[in-house]
Design a protein around this ligand. Structure first.
Ligand code: HEC
Ligand code: HEC
Length: 254
């Protein structure tokens, strides 16, 4: 089934137009199921779920099913954007608890990430479960939608100290010592990304950057990473540098 965005308001509520006439109630069930799973994982993210968004979604569904007595029987399992923003913040802004920012990222990067979760080649229990229900055209629709959003940065709680932010800026722009390259040498000026391969990292919540860099480090322990890969860069970073980079990126506008 295809989920198409038909409108949104300032609080990040999104109305979806769906082709399938009977998918709505099942989708809501799916949203609720994923929502309750995520309670343990991303409490802060969940706190920011606009309950109104779910209500809005229900009424859209209602109108849709009333209006569309005929329609192709679609795949009733595809999640909605309401599902995504529960963990990724309104319009994909990211969440203080570590839901990554999706807004403004390269659409091909986002689509590739979703395909990797679907294929099981990128780790994440939660995202593998979400992506397993997405068709290729759903993946394209979600990627396009989030690539076009530009919500304000997710607020860190508490905000990072100024000294961490300054040290992180130095690392991002200049690198460290003779071995650690500047983050922005690959991730583009200001961390705004460079094509589909080098993601936009500006504005990522600190908690996500820390988790993700630890994940790359764990991968580097398994086997020697290819030179010039993110795994190789992460393997050279110590915990202080990770904190610094995370602090700086979390306050740097994309
Ligand atoms: C229950 C919480 C949850 C839900 C629901 C969820 N996500 Fe995620 N998503 C995450 C987490 C956590 C990560 C980080 C995974 C990692 O790399 O460890 C992530 C990662 C991603 C990434 C990779 C981002 C990057 O920069 O590397 C994309 C793309 C993504 N999600 C898209 C979506 C879309 C689209 C939806 C809705 C269809 C969705 N997610 C629903 C929690 C969620
Ligand atoms: C040699 C090039 C290179 C350098 C230098 C580099 N990165 Fe990366 N980085 C990458 C690539 C490529 C990816 C995508 C990896 C993937 O998708 O598996 C990535 C991914 C990431 C991600 C995950 C983003 C997401 O949305 O999932 C973070 C966070 C990150 N880099 C932070 C940093 C930081 C911090 C530095 C500096 C200390 C840095 N990178 C330096 C190439 C680089």
């Amino acid at each position: 089934m295809r989920a198409t965005v038909t409108g949104q308001n300032h609080s990040g509520r999104i109305a979806l137009k769906r082709r399938s006439r009977d998918a709505c109630s099942q989708d809501i069930g799916k949203t609720t199921m994923i929502g309750s799973r995520s309670i343990n994982m991303l409490r802060d993210g969940l706190r920011s779920i606009p309950v109104a968004a779910l209500v809005g979604f229900v009424s859209v569904c209602h109108a849709q099913s009333a209006a569309k007595a005929q329609g192709p029987a679609g795949d009733a399992h595809a999640p909605s954007i309401t599902t995504c923003v529960a963990c990724h913040g309104a319009l994909g802004a990211g969440t203080a608890s570590g839901g990554p920012r999706l807004a403004g990222k390269d659409p091909d990067y986002l689509a590739h990430a979703l395909s990797m979760f679907k294929a099981g080649t990128r780790a994440s229990d939660v995202m593998q479960a979400v992506a397993s229900n997405l068709s290729d055209s759903d993946i394209r629709d979600f990627a396009t939608f989030f690539s076009k959003q530009n919500p304000p940065l997710a607020k860190g709680a508490p905000p990072p100290s100024q000294s961490l932010v300054i040290a992180g800026k130095q690392l991002a722009e200049m690198g460290a010592g003779s071995t650690i390259p500047a983050c922005f040498s690959c991730h583009g000026a200001g961390g705004k990304g460079n094509g589909a391969r080098f993601p936009d990292i500006a504005g990522e919540p600190a908690a996500f950057v820390v988790t993700r860099l630890h994940e790359f480090q764990a991968r580097a322990k398994g086997k020697t990473p290819p030179a010039g890969s993110m795994t190789a860069v992460a393997a050279m970073l110590n915990d202080t540098q990770i904190e610094e980079a995370a602090a700086y990126l979390s306050v740097t506008g994309p």
